[in-house]
Design a protein around this ligand. Structure first.
Ligand code: PMP
Length: 287
């Protein structure tokens, strides 16, 4: 077992020894943001893009970035190096508004809490890739700033738990009759030859993996459009895909207990999965 070292406010410590005060606003209010950066064979994937997304999340909650891009990069690389026995890792960053007497309004002089950890990155098992996964659906009852990668994840947690209790991987959500995303992943649908996904706006998290999938699809001249996708279209889709750093690209073969398309991962999925794995081997790992 690889011992886990975390970074907390300037110190590197074993994870078991890291402590935060109970008045940390991350603990009290969920007043913080986070990032998850996949690291393949020691190379942080799209580090700058992840740090830019962190900056956008910090801006959205009006929290000054406690570090420069160079310092963040250095810390992420150091975290990865400390856990190099894991071939692939997910480096987690969290910044909260720090410790202050409990009051909803921002404290005037508080140092943000900065925390980093790394975990082994696991990818979907072969069975899930070969057979697809089951999902349920629900009305998206989260707030209207789902573009902020906030640690206030109760809405997502409850949705993911619903899926777990139904023996499913994810809950795919609809807001006002339109697809938004899943509890911890983005969603694509395929009908005929067309691949469609909702555009990035305040209702979805702009995923890094869906960026990759879109780039790969466009490069391969697979027809892809970003547009509003109706609930009916999702239910009538030939294929549905989930994307996230840990799910990579995963086919949904059952939705609310009914088969999606043929009930097996479809031809477009097989193509994009292969493109993704090739890209991972040749670019993400810089092989
Ligand atoms: N949407 C939500 C709600 C998520 O939590 C995530 C990340 N787990 C994603 C989309 C996908 O983001 P990424 O591709 O950067 O992992």
């Amino acid at each position: 077992m690889q011992a886990q070292t975390v970074y907390l406010n300037g110190e590197f410590t074993p994870i078991e020894e890291a402590r935060i005060p109970v008045l940390d606003r991350g603990f009290i209010f969920g007043d913080g943001v986070y990032e998850v950066i996949p690291v393949y064979s020691g190379y942080p994937f799209r580090l700058v893009q992840h740090l830019e997304r962190l900056q956008r999340s910090l801006d959205a909650i009006k929290l000054a970035n406690p570090m420069t891009l160079a310092r963040w990069s250095q810390l992420v690389r150091k975290m990865a190096k400390l856990h190099a026995t894991w071939k692939d890792q997910a480096v987690y960053i969290q910044v909260t508004r720090g410790v202050a007497k409990r009051d909803h309004a921002f404290p005037s002089h508080t140092e943000p809490t900065v925390f980093l950890m790394s975990n082994a990155l696991s990818v979907p098992d072969r069975k899930h890739v070969a057979e697809g996964v089951a999902c349920i659906t629900a009305t998206d009852n989260r707030w209207l700033r789902c573009d902020i990668k906030s640690t206030s994840l109760l809405g997502n947690v409850l949705m993911r738990q619903r899926a777990a209790e139904a023996g499913c991987i994810e809950t795919i959500m609809f807001r006002d009759g339109f697809l938004s995303e899943a509890s911890s992943s983005n969603v694509f649908v395929v009908r005929g030859k067309q691949i469609a996904a909702p555009p990035n706006n305040h209702l979805v998290l702009p995923g890094t993996t869906n960026d990759v999938v879109m780039e790969l699809a466009r490069k391969a001249k697979m027809p892809l459009v970003l547009r509003e996708v109706t609930e009916d279209e999702v239910r009538a889709a030939d294929e549905i895909w989930l994307t996230s750093a840990t799910k990579e690209v995963l086919a949904v073969s059952r939705l609310d207990g009914k088969p999606v398309g043929s009930g097996k991962p479809g031809p477009a999925y097989k193509r994009i999965y292969k493109l993704y794995q090739d890209y991972k081997r040749t670019v993400m790992r810089r092989a």
